[in-house]
Design a protein around this ligand. Structure first.
Ligand SMILES: C[S@@+](CC[C@H](N)C(=O)[O-])C[C@H]1O[C@@H](n2cnc3c(N)ncnc32)[C@H](O)[C@@H]1O
Length: 275
């Protein structure tokens, strides 16, 4: 399994075109959704892949959908989200469905030229295995958290063999008193918690990494544009706890200030190509 795919020079070459398009983004604060580092990653990866179809699982306000249309204007977009009322931007030519990725009928969708994009906070390895069974080849996972953080089982965790503990991640079990109080008070964090599907405990294991090595020929973590001294969790952004690619820039450039301001929203977004 190769961890190399796009070269840094080619990625940097896409920055100007991205910033030009991104300056016209819909006027919405995409709180809880993708910010510049991952929007840029999607832009570069989709333009490299040139898909005829994009399946987006996890639409939220619709900011990703908006960018996908710009990056692949001719692509058919199928956008899945069980909570359509969150959506602000609607693409007139996209198909929207509240079905889960596991429930949708994919038989008529070409597999070689379709990109699956997951930003749905579900178990990424289950998604990947299912996609592999259906014959899909190209996948992007947005919530690719390292072992000690994040609210779902990611490809990065699977490769590290560390498993995933919802309790350690601070995810409240269904119907706890705290959860009901949050709902009663209409706290914002509750809205966020609504799209976490009470994930299951994944014990530490070697099998998931082995599965990846057997079935995937590329696992590529898109680099951060900037890396900060501290993470959004307040600790040191160091290689031991947060391994990952080196940033594209180590020096501040005024024209790329947006990436600097939003650097902490980076969560190791990755591309997986299945054999
Ligand atoms: C972090 S947001 C997605 C952000 C979005 N990609 C963007 O453009 O910024 C997560 C979304 O996943 C959705 N979600 C939750 N469970 C899901 C599922 N099983 N399938 C698809 N989407 C799901 C939630 O409703 C929420 O809108």
């Amino acid at each position: 399994m190769n961890s190399k795919w796009l070269a840094n020079d080619d990625i940097v070459n896409e920055m100007e075109s991205f910033l030009k398009v991104y300056s016209q983004k819909p006027e919405l604060v995409n709180e809880g959704g993708m910010k510049a580092p991952h929007m840029f990653a999607c832009w570069v990866m989709l333009r490299a892949l040139r898909p005829t179809h994009i399946i987006e699982s996890g639409v939220w306000r619709g900011m990703g959908t908006w960018l996908f249309r710009k990056a692949a204007p001719q692509a058919k977009l199928i956008c899945l989200d069980p909570n359509p009322h969150f959506r602000y931007h609607t693409d007139q030519d996209a198909e929207y469905s509240e079905k889960d990725f596991f429930e949708y009928d994919w038989s008529d969708i070409p597999k070689d030229n379709t990109v699956l994009f997951f930003d749905d906070h579900q178990n990424a390895l289950e998604r990947l295995k299912f996609a592999s069974g259906k014959g899909f080849k190209h996948l992007i996972f947005e919530d690719n958290y390292p072992s000690t953080v994040g609210d779902c089982y990611s490809i990065k965790k699977a490769l590290a063999g560390t498993g995933f503990s919802p309790a350690k991640a601070g995810i409240l079990p269904k119907n706890t008193l705290k959860r009901r109080i949050k709902k009663l008070l209409g706290l914002k964090t509750f809205e966020f918690l609504r799209f976490v599907n009470h994930p299951s405990e994944i014990p530490p294991n070697e099998e998931d990494r082995k599965w990846m090595e057997d079935k995937a020929d590329i696992y590529f973590e898109f680099p951060p544009v900037y890396k900060m001294e501290k993470t959004r969790w307040g600790d040191s952004w160091d290689e031991a706890k947060y391994p990952g690619p080196q940033p594209l820039f180590t020096e501040y450039h005024e024209k790329y200030s947006l990436f600097y301001e939003e650097a902490l929203f980076y969560t190791w977004i990755c591309y997986v190509r299945l054999k």
